[in-house]
Design a protein around this ligand. Structure first.
Ligand code: ADP
Length: 466
């Protein structure tokens, strides 16, 4: 409920990410400083305690050697050189009544009478006496002397507290720029991290307004977001190919349907105008059927080409013997070839297997073979061979026909392209487009070499899949 009422900026992933980055940075910096503070505080405390203990041990051994007089001369000597950090030294009776306190004027801020109220039975314990203002302490350690008295050495925590106070002030001074740095750094990182996502959003927006060529800018870092951008661009490329394929098909269909449709209309119109002649009607209807078949055939091939080119052609792949498949296709054309006086010659090993859609491959081979016979004069020859080479299955169809001029050669794969030479022959100019599309759908390739006047060789390369 609360989230819904927030302005859009606060709900954005960028804002949330920068808050997370900043919070993490600021918290970890603060934690680091706090840990450093505690380390410093305990190191200073340990240092003070060590100093007190060593002074206490030294004075106990002095007392053992020369009594209070030797301790006094030792303390006076010490205070001459350590005016700034004097030790608090006290001698007390077993009952904790004060016998002597050295330089009591140095400890005016403490109520020294209170020391007599502390219990001395546990000489391992540390006594802590706060100042009258309670701003720092006098920490004291006691040791039992051989004559039953107590020797106490102490030290004020004032210096230690001042150092720690300075640290706390510095902590606050450092934290301010650190917070600023964390906020700026967090926003910067969030902006950088989300840049590819924003690019994708922008690209989608551009596509929405009709700019189909828009693509996401790659960072080429190879990270997940770059991979997402690559896949997104690939998807757009595929969609563009699909759209332009559909558009191309539509243009071709519209263009090429016009002639047979006009012809259909003319036949019907002429028949109607001719009066009641039944034979004429019959002839007109037969012509209409022929034209309709022609249109249907063209539409089917165009649909097949579009599907294959856009990767939508569903192939029913099977592990087949290509030699048998070739034999069946050649068989179909044997009669036509004989009629035309063209010799068909097949050479392929008995066992030549790969995985293909047998119907589609037969369709492609039939188209090439049909052309080879169609564009070869009587007395000519068409040679078909199939073999395996370097992991590929190769099917080669060579004819001794007209050949194709170098100028036309690159265009023969285009939809509805026909050379001037072939005008006299029946055809739609779609056969080779379909061949290329089918072979590409099989992840193969097809190429042609031709010598005008001598003949052409079409070669299909298919992956040898076991
Ligand atoms: P078509 O229906 O015209 O045969 P294709 O797409 O099959 O359409 O072929 C395109 C053009 O390529 C043909 O019109 C023809 O001019 C040329 N062509 C194809 N195969 C051969 C060949 N074996 N010999 C000579 N020309 C050929």
């Amino acid at each position: 409920m609360f989230l819904k009422t927030l302005p859009k900026t606060f709900k954005s992933s960028g804002f949330r990410l920068s808050v997370w980055y900043s919070a993490f940075f600021i918290t970890s910096s603060a934690l680091l400083l706090i840990v450093a503070y505690f380390f410093l505080s305990s190191a200073l405390k340990a240092q003070d305690w060590d100093a007190i203990l060593s002074e206490l041990n030294e004075l106990v051994s002095e007392y053992e050697k020369g009594g209070l007089t030797l301790v006094e001369s030792e303390v006076v000597e010490y205070n001459k050189f350590h005016r700034k950090n004097p030790f608090f030294i006290r001698i007390a009776e077993n009952s904790n009544r004060t016998v002597h306190i050295f330089f009591p004027h140095l400890w005016d801020e403490f109520d020294l009478n209170r020391i007599e109220t502390f219990s001395l039975s546990d000489n391992k314990a540390w006594i802590s006496l706060p100042t009258n203002e309670d701003d720092y302490d006098l920490v004291i350690k006691s040791a039992r002397l051989p004559d039953g008295r107590w020797l106490q050495v102490g030290m004020s925590t004032e210096d230690r507290q001042k150092i720690l106070e300075r640290f706390r002030e510095t902590f606050l001074i450092i934290m301010l720029p650190l917070i600023l740095f964390g906020l700026v750094g967090g926003s910067f990182l969030a902006v950088r991290t989300l840049r590819p996502i924003r690019d994708i959003i922008q690209t989608v927006q551009s596509i929405e307004i009709g700019r189909m060529e828009a693509r996401v800018q790659r960072t080429n870092t190879g990270d997940e977001l770059d991979e997402l951008a690559r896949l997104f661009n690939e998807m757009l490329d595929k969609i563009s190919t699909l759209i332009s394929g559909m558009k191309g098909s539509l243009d071709n269909v519209a263009h090429d349907l016009r002639t047979p449709m006009t012809r259909l209309r003319n036949i019907s119109e002429t028949a109607l105008q001719a009066g009641q002649d039944l034979d004429l009607y019959r002839e007109a209807l037969a012509d209409c059927i022929e034209e309709s078949d022609h249109i249907l055939n063209m539409l089917t091939i165009l649909m097949d080409i579009s599907e294959a080119e856009t990767g939508m052609l569903s192939l029913d792949r099977k592990f087949v013997n290509i030699s048998s498949l070739l034999a069946r296709v050649v068989d179909m054309y044997q009669y036509v070839a004989e009629e035309k006086g063209v010799k068909l010659n097949v050479s392929a090993p008995d066992e030549l297997y790969t995985t293909v859609d047998p119907n589609r491959l037969s369709q492609a081979l039939a188209n090439i073979l049909d052309n080879a016979i169609k564009y070869t004069l009587s007395g000519g020859q068409v040679k078909i061979e199939a073999f395996q080479e370097k992991g590929e299955l190769i099917i080669r169809i060579n004819d001794t026909g007209f050949g194709i001029s170098p100028k036309d050669l690159p265009q023969i794969w285009d939809r509805l392209f026909r050379t001037d030479h072939s005008r006299s022959q029946k055809g739609l100019g779609l056969g080779l487009s379909l061949v290329e599309a089918i072979i590409l759908a099989h992840n193969g390739r097809v190429d042609v070499i031709s010598d005008p006047g001598k003949g052409s060789t079409f070669t299909i390369f298919l992956p040898s899949i076991q």
